[in-house]
Design a protein around this ligand. Sequence first.
Ligand SMILES: [Zn+2]
Length: 428
Amino acid sequence: MVLSALSFIRMRRSILVLFLAFPLLFAGCKKSTTQARQEKKEVQKPVATASTAPTPAPVAVATPTPTPVPAIDRSAKVMVLLYHRFEDRPKDSLAIPPAEFRQNMEELKKDGISVISMKDFLAWRRGEKSIPPKSAIITVDDGYISAYNVAWPVLKEFGYPFTMFIYTNFVNVGGKSMTWGQLEEMRDAGVDIECHTVSHHDLRHAPKRTDDYMAWLHNEIYGSKEILEQKLGIKIVALAFPYGTHNEVVRKMAKDAGYEAMFTVYGQHMGFDAPMDQLGRYAFDARHRDIFKMAVDFGANQAGAPSAEVASEVPSTSVVTQPANDEHTPNPRPTIKANMASLGDVDPNSVQMRISGLGLVPAKYDAQSKSVSYEVTQNLIPRAYTVILSAKAQGRRVETRWNFTVDPSASAAPATPAANKQASGTRM
Ligand SMILES: [Zn+2]
């Protein structure tokens, strides 16, 4: 279903030409023959149509109206929410009480955040359509029955599209699992169903007693997709990594398998350039309820510099970073640094640095200079990276992020003063 929709969009241009061409080229002869037959049987007179059809066709075909290229809002931001179970008396932090879930959904509306479908998100990333400046995608992982009988009615009520990431070993197995029939019902109602592997195992390591990691991984990535596609007659385009963990081998195989989007769990407000093989999600966690607050906070400068993000009510202060924001560096092992002096009293134990593709890294915070640094220990492959730095300062959680690109063709880094100026746009 999704395939045909996607290819339809891709082929829109050619289809449009066909629509224009076919009726004009063939309608003439088709109509005239059928009408001729009709005329013999019943003595009606659709003569006018029959006689006007043939001649003007080629001219019209030669100059079809070009499909206008849609204006894409590249400054829009998307955040992805992740839920698992919906229970009144949660037994663990992954379950959200239904009333709170409803509040979350209400809050999206109140904050002017548009819930968009996976399909719209992908179309935006392909440059095919725009999305609202503050957009959200709702995802529900694993395939628990409460997604079907608790969350779905609420989502229906709000008219929100959403995506279910299913792991195939957890379908039709009783307990809290869903049946294939229920998934079919959701599919028929327009719920997007995507893949969450076969066994829900960390994809970076084979389980015990598995001697062929690659064959096992192949089944987790290809096998699950095939099962879902065959059981439900759908086209799978997205993969959610179990526990959000992945590595280059995993991402490459998933890409080869045809997944257009891959999702992790580390939430971020994603711009047009967010890497499609590691899209972050804000996962509900009862121990960290501020995660939802962070998710709905698109920042004061939402429409401004795409790299700056305000995590909570913090005064905007400049943070000097290295590499500088948007810098291209030829060095595959850069030292990544930020001076946090402008933040005041940073709790040294709260400082966390994350790098896209690497995750949480053991960065060192130096209380004397109030700077945090991390030396990359393995060569980074040439591409764009996002650094996310978070800490507690004066009891508040602050977060900043910036981008740099490892680019072998870039000239060696210019002196720092210029870089500092660039980086001053980064806010905490
Ligand atoms: Zn899961």
